[in-house]
Design a protein around this ligand. Structure first.
Ligand code: DX5
Ligand code: ZN
Length: 213
């Protein structure tokens, strides 16, 4: 299976966000990972729908929108309209995960669920058929540049088994580097999110290539 690289624009230069999105596109990224934070579910604040709408014209690549907000449900339609292709909600947010997933698909978008490091994969058991993607957080969400939590490798492998032959992407987010990417993929991931590992130096193409190797 080919591995997709999804740079997180949380580590981009916010003063030049459109140009940064174009730059990672030209550097060969597969998806653009957009970390939406509300200062409530996570201790940080980032992008509203208007910002996503503003950067949408800078690339035709998939916008992978990771909602670290609680509640998420009231904002799902706004992010869909702003240009998200995949909308990922957290299993720990809201009260009705099944309903959120149905709403995302009813808007014609791909539906994802993200799990915090301490959340067991069993929360996925009864929504597997409503999912297009599972996002395993390998750091506690809120900030870029944290260290990969090794215990998540086992969770990735367990979720990979739960997915079986279903067409569900398994994405890993947080602390992914060129040094540990192979272990994350070996555990079963097919999409790697990387913020600092992509934006750490100007040569985004080389940084993305290093993650693929
Ligand atoms: C953390 C975000 C991640 C983060 C990854 O809350 O969900 O996407 O930006 O950044 P790195 O790759 O620097 O850990
Ligand atoms: Zn993320």
């Amino acid at each position: 299976m080919t591995v997709k690289i999804a740079p997180s624009i949380l580590s981009a230069d916010f003063a030049r966000l459109g140009d940064e999105v174009r730059a990672i596109d030209e550097a060969g990224c597969d998806w653009v990972h957009i970390d939406v934070m509300d200062g409530h579910f996570v201790p940080n604040l980032t992008f509203g729908p208007a910002i996503i709408k503003a950067i949408r014209p800078y690339t035709t690549k998939v916008f992978d929108v990771h909602l670290m907000i609680d509640p998420a449900q009231p904002y799902i339609e706004d992010y869909a309209k702003a240009g998200a292709d995949i909308i990922v909600v957290h299993a720990e947010a809201d009260k009705h995960l099944d309903r959120s997933l149905q709403l995302i698909r009813s808007l014609g978008k791909k539906a994802g669920v993200s799990l915090n490091p301490s959340t067991p994969e069993t929360v996925l058991e009864y929504v597997m058929d409503k999912l297009d993607l599972v996002l395993v957080m390998s750091v506690n969400p809120g900030f870029g540049g944290q260290s990969f939590i090794e215990a998540q490798l086992e969770k990735i492998a367990r979720i990979k088994r739960m997915i079986g032959h279903r067409m569900i992407d398994l994405e890993v987010d947080g602390g992914v580097t060129a040094d540990n990417a192979h272990r994350v993929v070996a555990a079963g991931a097919n999409v790697l999110v990387a913020g600092s590992a992509v934006f750490k130096t100007k040569d985004y193409a080389a940084n993305i290539a290093a993650l693929r190797r």
